[in-house]
Design a protein. Structure first.
Length: 290
């Protein structure tokens, strides 16, 4: 018989490996080629559009700040990067716990500066200011900030349909929770492919930091941070997202040799969202590169 001390040592070892390698163990016993904690996930070969792996890719879920990828596409379609934007009273629509970059009424920034603040540091205030600016520019008439944001959401939905993201519906430019604001992993991948075709967006989303004349914005994407345990050398973007209802979300892009991948993870865990994304990217490259 095993001595009591030896028995407990074995139990401790089993518990250690069960905790620290639980995802690897689950992957072994799963029928999937890669185990993902996120509720939905997808890995796509960017150039061909081939889906290499998918999990619940058509399930309607909350996209949180991944929304801002679509916001950026609409803005680029309607404005030039060097246009000057005056921050208005939309800054007062903020909520207590949202991510902001600290815009204030009367502040003047370029469209490019606001895109950097919105995409890299995920500033909801920057998203609202861009939405109001584009709406007022489109209609060339004054309207309340809230009405302008609602009009901008119409432009977002038109753009989504144009891109083939037909299972999505957007009601705001930032992704704060609303039951009528949703998307799918497959739709978000389509939006990400469109983003990657825009050089300025690709460049912004790949930078760890962006500096304007007055501000420096930090990219919240840990895959791009060389000091992060989740740094991924092949990563080239794209966007993080989180709300209580959406969980942790990430759209990633990475390149190796002549292959480009886009991955989407929705409703994952705080740390696991990075691990999910890395697992998807590794799996995709293993499939594509001999």
């Amino acid at each position: 018989m095993l001595k009591k001390g030896c028995f407990f040592s074995i139990i401790i070892v089993i518990l250690y490996f069960s905790y620290h390698y639980k995802y690897e163990i689950q992957s072994v016993f799963s029928m999937d080629p890669v185990w993902i904690e996120g509720e939905a996930a997808l890995v796509l070969e960017e150039k061909t559009g081939e889906i290499l792996y998918a999990k619940n890719e058509n399930e309607k879920l909350y996209p949180a700040s991944l929304t801002k990828l679509l916001t950026a596409l609409v803005v680029l379609e309607k404005a030039e990067l060097d246009e000057k934007v005056t921050v208005g009273d939309e800054v007062y629509l903020q909520t207590d716990d949202e991510v902001r970059v600290g815009l204030f009424e009367g502040q003047i920034l370029t469209v490019e500066d606001l895109l950097a603040a919105m995409l890299m540091q995920s500033g909801n205030d920057a998203a609202r200011t861009l939405a109001v600016y584009i709406a007022e520019k489109e209609k060339d008439t004054d309207r309340t900030a809230l009405n302008s944001i609602q009009y901008f959401a119409l432009l977002m939905n038109e753009k989504a349909i144009e891109l083939g993201a037909n299972q999505s519906h957007f009601v705001n430019p930032h992704g704060l929770h609303d039951p009528n604001h949703y998307s799918t992993a497959k739709d978000l991948a389509k939006i990400a492919v469109a983003v990657k075709k825009e050089q300025i967006l690709t460049e912004l989303l790949a930078k760890p930091t962006y500096s304007s004349q007055t501000h420096t914005y930090q990219n919240r994407n840990q895959l791009l941070n060389v000091n992060s345990p989740y740094y991924y050398q092949k990563a080239t973007g794209l966007k993080t997202g989180f709300t209580d209802q959406a969980g942790y979300c990430l759209v990633s892009a990475a390149e190796e040799q002549d292959q480009s991948l886009i991955t989407v993870v929705l409703d994952s865990g705080k740390e696991r969202v990075w691990e999910d994304s890395i697992a998807l990217l590794d799996y995709g490259f293993e499939k594509l590169i001999p």
